[in-house]
Design a protein around this ligand. Structure first.
Ligand SMILES: [Zn+2]
Length: 343
């Protein structure tokens, strides 16, 4: 999703938006920025808005018009004065830099500023970095660079020393939730997904993934089954276990949501309603919270978190999940508790 204004950037990255718009207003835009922060924090779309701001032929203050030929070509990455580089493979190769420099020196360039946006700038090797930096230093005026990275500490010192660093923070879960709901995603799904990831791109992907949505439904069904003597959570899981266990991503999603649900039960008991993820399941959550003491709920949660960290080590997840469900079911249905350390 392209960002159109700096106010929009401000919704996700308040400081970044403030710093850039202030610099723009004071005519003190830096010639080199490092945009650093985790995946899914809008670094690339902010860099493209920055390019549009500088290239737009009909700007409104610091905001580009998003309509003119220049704006459209930035959106399509076809503007001749915009150089967008994404490394192929593990390092930014010499050839990639050389071809960039050739492009750069072509006479076909249009008048006006030139902007380099370099993704994964930590992948520069010393040679590539020096070659590029040298070329960029020479023409000076009108040359801007935005170096993007998730690994600030791996950037070369030569790069860090000549750029202004802007830190991108993980996006607020509530904003992700709002956006998912705006995109027509069901509230239960929006809540679980925004708890699961703060990466907007993967949040949308998960929220629209049929299999992931089934996992959310299964987790709510399993928790309902803890309250009914005639339905077994273990059988419910067994019926769906092939789908869940055939991919690591889905296995992790399932366990994470089971953990969120247990947290909800605990939060309900502690009257921390604002922290509840499965908002549509309050009746079930309330009934579950009356079945177990805080101590047992905390104990269950600790064991489930322990299981989540053990999942990395190729344990038998089918067996582990069966045991987890058995312990939870016994506790909720019959108030008998597992003393074993197996879940
Ligand atoms: Zn424009």
């Amino acid at each position: 999703m392209a960002l159109k204004t700096w106010e929009e950037v401000g919704k996700y990255q308040k400081d970044v938006s403030r710093i850039i718009t202030n610099s723009y207003n004071q005519n003190r835009i830096s010639h080199a920025y490092i945009f650093e922060g985790p995946n899914g924090t809008k670094k690339t779309s902010t860099a493209l808005l920055f390019a549009k701001t500088l290239l737009c032929s009909n700007p409104n203050g610091y905001n580009p018009c998003n309509e003119c030929h220049n704006c459209k070509r930035v959106d399509n990455l076809t503007h001749p004065n915009l150089f967008y580089v994404k490394p192929k493979g593990k390092v930014i190769k010499k050839e990639q830099v050389t071809s960039l420099i050739t492009e750069f020196s072509k006479a076909s360039l249009e008048k006006g500023p030139r902007i380099y946006i370099i993704e994964e700038a930590d992948k520069f090797n010393l040679y590539s970095a020096n070659t590029l930096l040298k070329t960029m230093e020479e023409p000076g005026e009108g040359i801007y660079q935005v170096l993007i990275t998730e690994n600030y500490n791996s950037l070369l010192k030569t790069i860090i020393s000549r750029a202004e660093n802007l830190h991108f923070t993980p996006i607020d879960r509530n904003i992700i939730k709002e956006q998912l709901v705006e995109n027509g995603i069901d509230l239960n799904i929006a809540n679980s997904v925004s708890e699961y990831t703060v990466d907007m791109g993967s949040a949308i992907k998960i929220a629209k993934d049929f299999q992931m949505i089934n996992v959310i439904k299964l987790v709510t069904d399993i928790n309902k089954a803890f309250l009914e003597k005639t339905v077994s959570s273990i059988i419910l899981f067994k019926e769906n276990s092939d789908d869940i266990l055939n991919s690591e991503e889905i296995t992790d999603f399932f366990l994470t949501l089971m953990i969120f649900y247990q947290k909800d039960v605990l939060n309900f008991q502690l009257r921390r309603l604002e922290n509840i993820c499965f908002e549509d399941e309050l009746d079930t959550i309330k009934s579950l919270s009356e079945k177990m003491s805080q101590k047992y709920l905390e104990n269950n949660l600790a064991k489930m978190l322990g299981l989540k960290s053990r999942m990395k080590y190729n344990i038998n997840s089918k067996l582990a999940f069966d045991e987890m469900l058995m312990c939870l079911e016994r506790g909720y249905k019959y108030a008998t508790f597992c003393s074993s350390d197996t879940i």
